[in-house]
Ligand binder design. Structure first.
Ligand SMILES: [Zn+2]
Ligand SMILES: [Zn+2]
Length: 469
């Protein structure tokens, strides 16, 4: 994979800034070697194995997944401060740097996943993402003054700063305590140390590292995110639900990473349990809007994007009604029949113009569609068609809105006419009649455009518009 010139953007290729972190190489290497003591049956004990399994969950699930990742990095739920500190302590037992550095590196990963600043993209190589990146000093990732900028929230908390600074000492003291406790329990100090600390540590490291490597390489994707993240069941199994990594990249604030029935996420179950017992609150559910983009639910990503854009356009109010037909059209009250008539004229004109535009886009779409039938493989044609669809839909909505406005204004004119004195009555009625006729025309034009557009787009995704005037 290194031969791919695209990868030169990634962090490993900043050779001038590359510096080997010898202390990390030594620590990780030594712990791997020491874990080999487990091959000696003399160090095996059932209590040591149980302790290893328990601490695997404590450090890995409570510490890394639940605390470092979902609580500290993404704040996907809230809990008490004392609980946060306890969980952070559990995370420190996983020996994966201090909480601030962990959070900062992970936020950098999310910011530019699989692009240059991403510290651990497997697009470099699998080994780089899995372990190699830990051994190399990279911009923003290793010096406190650099990474604290990405974890300002934690930097304000002296307890978190303490954990961040002394994580290794805390880990080593804990290992010493495990040894002592084992000795006191029945001369099992070495057994507890080997299984409860060393073997557990090595297995947990690799499970965590697989989230960085495997879940950007192998698995399926629920979402078309702009990096290569995947959902991978076997990583989810070893890493407490973290394997549903594509879901997580799509919706980072969600406390749940698993979304489909088979995407089991035990960390989320634990968060829910904490919620039930009052230990967690404000638990973020997957965003409905994001879930709507899941490929197994619907593929009409462009329609959603257009409707998003329309929702965002508040200034003109022109398109605001399109996503929710139950909201009535807000039309200002005109001070006189003549002005209402003028406004109705203008709105009707706009409606007709937008309707004409919609028809034009529909015609374009039909032309592209015919062309597409000849050369089906042409991706560009499909894109053009999609674009025409978006614009056609938008124009129809504009037409509908303007037509509705025209209708409103003409009825205002009618009101004035009804209230007018006898002398003015006749001419005002004429105004009203005329504007009503214009509005009717606009409504018809918009309806025609809507029909044309839906014919043109039959079979290409679901329409975003279901409203009629
Ligand atoms: Zn990722
Ligand atoms: Zn994350």
């Amino acid at each position: 994979m290194l031969s791919n010139p695209e990868n030169s953007r990634l962090a490993i290729h900043r050779k001038d800034e590359r510096k080997i972190m010898w202390w990390t190489v030594f620590a990780i290497g030594a712990i791997h070697l020491a874990a080999l003591l487990a091959l000696n049956p003399a160090y095996y004990s059932r209590s040591g194995l149980v302790l290893g399994i328990v601490l695997y969950y404590v450090a890995g699930m409570l510490g890394v997944t639940l605390c470092f990742h979902r609580l500290l990095t993404h704040r996907s739920f809230q809990t008490y401060k004392w609980m946060e500190y306890f969980l952070t302590f559990c995370g420190v037992l996983a020996l994966q740097s201090g909480p601030m550095q962990w959070v900062a590196q992970h936020r950098i990963h999310h910011k530019e996943a699989d692009d240059e600043p991403d510290p651990h993209s497997p697009l470099v190589t699998f080994l780089w993402a899995h372990i190699g990146w830990l051994f190399v000093s990279m911009p923003d990732c290793h010096a406190y003054e650099d990474y604290c900028r990405f974890a300002k929230d934690l930097d304000r908390d002296p307890v978190q700063r303490f954990f961040d600074r002394y994580f290794f000492q805390i880990w080593a003291s804990f290992a010493g305590l495990v040894y002592l406790a084992g000795e006191l329990y029945g001369g099992l100090g070495m057994s507890w140390l080997v299984w409860g600390v060393l073997v557990r540590q090595v297995l947990l490291w690799h499970a965590t590292w697989l989230v960085n490597s495997a879940t950007h390489l192998w698995g399926y994707r629920n979402y078309k995110t702009d990096e290569e993240s995947t959902n991978n069941w076997w990583v989810a199994l070893f890493a407490f639900g973290e394997g549903w990594h594509n879901n997580h990249h799509a919706d980072q604030r969600s406390a749940a990473h698993g979304q489909r029935w088979f995407e089991i996420d035990i960390t989320y179950m634990l968060i829910r349990l904490m919620g039930l017992t009052g230990l967690a609150w404000s638990i973020n559910e997957p965003s409905k809007r994001i879930v709507a983009k899941r490929v197994d639910i619907m593929v009409d990503y462009d329609a959603l994007r257009v409707s998003d854009e329309m929702n965002n356009r508040t200034a003109s109010h022109v398109l605001q009604t399109q996503t929710d037909p139950t909201i009535p059209v807000q039309v200002p009250q005109m001070p006189s029949a003549a002005e209402a008539y003028e406004a109705a004229l203008r709105a009707a004109g706009e409606a007709k113009e937008a309707a004409a535009k919609a028809l034009q886009y529909a015609a374009q779409a039909i032309a592209h569609k015919q062309q597409g039938a000849v050369e089906k493989a042409d991706h560009a044609v499909k894109e053009l068609l999609e674009r025409a669809k978006d614009m056609g839909m938008a124009a129809v909505e504009q037409a509908k809105f303007a037509a509705a406005q025209a209708h409103e204004f003409s009825s205002q004119a009618g009101q004035y006419a009804a209230n007018a004195k006898e002398r003015a009555a006749e001419s005002a009625r004429q105004f009203a009649e005329k504007s009503r006729a214009l509005a009717q025309e606009a409504v018809e034009a918009a309806t025609r455009a809507a029909d044309e557009v839906s014919v043109a787009f039959q079979g290409i995704g679901r329409p975003i518009i279901t409203s009629t005037i």
